[in-house]
Structures are given as structure tokens and as C-alpha cells.
Design a binder for this molecule. Structure first.
Ligand code: NAI
Length: 308
């Protein structure tokens, strides 16, 4: 099956690399607006095939969407990333125009496509794709929770001094520094609630470090991260292409779930061959419910800046 990745920059190329390395897709098509850039990235990546042992075909194009025709999944990473000190929300002006145009081109050539939205502010960009693509809601998935949960697990493992594979945890609500909701009440180490092992100060630190995880990296790197975002996207693409039905927190259009409607927010969902197969209803504490509602309010404010 064919996967298109629009934006051959840091995140797009990383995601294409992970997809190719895992060797579950027949072809990855990279698209970029910069002349020759996607072609160059595709060639460089394909030259790793014999070294890394994969057969995925990788091609690149400067804006020729006919090459993306028949894609099962398309990932939108095109747009500008944040610089140190910026919020994701500040990117809306430039990225909304790019995401809207890219979506129209993708749908024209692949009417059955499942779109994964990565460009920031991601919850609002996912909402924009819902409003402008004409695709059913099951086929539009925002990537935020998969990455934020990986960062949560990283911070939990650090605090617990445990191997990462021993810990489990999930982040829902908004993909923003303030609206992220790491579900501490559900986090576990080898199945045991982590609250058994961490005191209140450690708990508060883990939550705070998780929420500013992206900003911390942006400060260190001078731009936003790419390895973990690329890996997070590849896990979602694999769950679709291989029909793995993994439960992954994703930004989805809500219709009453978690008490919200007409908004894209991070919630756990089963992701399979048809896209979103089911939104999973998990019980939140009263505090988590209040934080979810607060995050929704903030995202709604940002959505209000969109012009369709
Ligand atoms: P980047 O600047 O390295 O790459 C973006 C690419 O998009 C560039 O190569 C650019 O030429 C291309 N582009 C711009 N307009 C285009 C158009 N109309 N058509 C095709 N390509 C176009 O940026 P990076 O670091 O890859 O980040 C991409 C986006 O992903 C940013 O908005 C960033 O904030 C977001 N992001 C989201 C994450 C998430 O968890 N949802 C995590 C990390 C980044």
C-alpha cells in the first residue's frame, strides 16, 4: 500500500525513514514545495535500503500530486515549525493556508485516503481538515497523543529509574503546553499504579516535564523535534496499514464523547484499516474531567481564528 508524506522536512523525512525501516508499506511518496528537496530526500533514504534491509520504494516530487494517487494514508507535515519561545498556536497564520491547500490536493488524487495531521497547531489543523476535506470523520486523525504519551513514559521511567518498557501511560486532551493531560491516575509500572512509587513532588515534575516536552527540545535544538514525532506517526501508519487495531491517543472530531462536540481533541481510539474504528471511553477523575474541559475551551478559542 502507498503512503504519502507531505513535507519532506525534519518530521516528514523522519517519519518516511521509520516507515521504510519497518518495511510494511509498498511505497512512500514524499512531497515538498521546495524544488528538488523531496526528490533528494527520497533518493538519500532509498540509498539506505540495502544497508538497513528494506524493500519499501521511496519516491519524491516537487508538488506533483498525481504521483500520490491511490494513497491509503497521507501524512501532512508541511508548514513551519516553532522556534524557541514560540507556542504551537502562533503557527496558525501560515500553516492553516498550507494545510488547507495540501488537503485539497491529496483528496483530489486519493478520495479514499486516511489523513494523519501533524502540522501545528495540530488540534486546530485537524479541525480545519475536517471542515474542508469532505472526508468522513473516521479518516482524519491528528497526531499528538502518541508523541506526548511517549514523552510521558520517558519521564515516568526516568523518575522511577525503570526501563521504559516497564512503564505505561497516556496523554490526552490538547497537543499544547497548557492543554496536555498526562493521565497520572492510569500510569503504571509493570501493571502497578505509579502513584505507589512516586511522591507528590515527583508526580508534579513528571507532569510538568511532559507538558513542556516539545518546548524543552525546541530550546535545545533551535527548532522542533523530529525523531520521536516521526516514530509516533509511523506507529499510527502501521496500525492502519497492518490493521493492528492498536489503542492510540489521537486528536479526533468529537461528537459528544468526553462531553465535547465539534472540536478535535486527543482521546484514546482503536486505529485500524478503516482509520478510527472506535473512540475508547475511559473513566477520568473529576480533576482530569475539569482539565479536559479547560483544554477544550482553549482549543476552541484557537479554532475561532480559522478562516475557511
Ligand atoms: P520543516 O521546516 O523541517 O519541514 C516542513 C516542510 O514543509 C519543509 O520542507 C517545507 O518546504 C514544506 N512545505 C511548506 N509548505 C509546503 C506546501 N505547501 N506543500 C508541500 N510542502 C510544504 O518542519 P518540521 O520540523 O518537519 O515540522 C513540520 C510541522 O510539524 C510543523 O508545523 C511542526 O510544528 C509540526 N510538528 C508537529 C508535531 C506533533 O506532535 N503534531 C511534532 C513535531 C512537529
Amino acid at each position: 500500500m502507498k503512503v504519502t508524506v507531505v513535507g519532506a522536512g525534519a518530521v516528514g523525512a523522519s517519519c518516511a525513514e521509520y516507515i521504510a525501516m519497518k518495511d510494511f508499506a509498498a511505497e512512500v511518496v514524499l512531497v515538498d514545495i521546495k524544488e528538488g528537496f523531496a526528490e533528494g530526500k527520497a533518493m538519500d533514504l532509498l540509498q539506505t535500503a540495502s544497508l538497513n534491509g528494506f524493500d519499501t520504494k521511496i519516491t519524491g516530487t516537487t508538488g506533483d500530486y498525481s504521483k500520490t494517487a491511490g494513497s491509503k494514508v497521507a501524512v501532512i507535515t508541511s508548514g513551519i515549525p516553532r522556534k524557541p519561545g514560540m507556542t504551537r498556536e502562533e503557527l496558525i497564520g501560515i500553516n492553516a493556508g498550507i494545510v488547507k491547500e495540501v488537503t485539497q490536493n491529496l483528496v483530489k488524487h486519493s478520495p479514499d485516503v486516511i489523513i494523519i495531521v501533524v502540522s501545528n497547531p495540530m488540534d486546530t489543523m485537524a479541525y480545519l481538515v475536517h471542515k474542508t476535506s469532505g472526508l468522513p470523520k473516521e479518516r482524519i486523525i491528528g497526531m499528538g497523543g502518541a508523541l506526548d504519551s511517549a514523552r510521558f513514559k520517558y519521564r515516568l521511567a526516568e523518575a522511577l529509574e525503570s526501563p521504559i518498557s516497564d512503564v505505561d501511560g497516556m496523554v490526552i486532551a490538547a497537543h499544547s503546553d497548557t492543554g496536555m493531560l498526562p493521565l497520572f491516575s492510569k500510569a503504571t509500572r509493570n501493571g502497578v499504579p505509579v502513584s505507589e512509587f512516586l511522591n507528590d513532588e515527583q508526580k508534579a515534575n513528571v507532569i510538568e516535564e511532559t507538558k513542556v516536552g516539545g518546548a524543552t527540545l525546541t530550546k535545545l535544538l533551535g527548532t522542533s523535534a523530529w525523531y520521536a514525532p516521526g516514530a509516533a506517526v509511523s506507529v499510527m501508519v502501521q496500525s492502519i496499514l497492518c490493521d493492528q487495531k492498536k489503542m492510540i491517543p489521537c486528536s479526533l472530531m468529537l461528537d459528544g464523547e468526553y462531553g465535547e462536540s465539534d472540536i478535535c481533541l486527543g482521546v484514546p481510539a482503536i486505529i485500524g484499516k478503516d482509520g478510527v474504528e472506535k473512540i475508547v471511553d475511559i473513566t477520568l477523575t473529576e480533576d482530569e474531567k475539569a482539565k479536559f474541559t479547560e483544554a477544550a475551551k482553549a482549543v476552541r478559542d484557537v479554532n475561532g481564528d480559522l478562516k475557511f
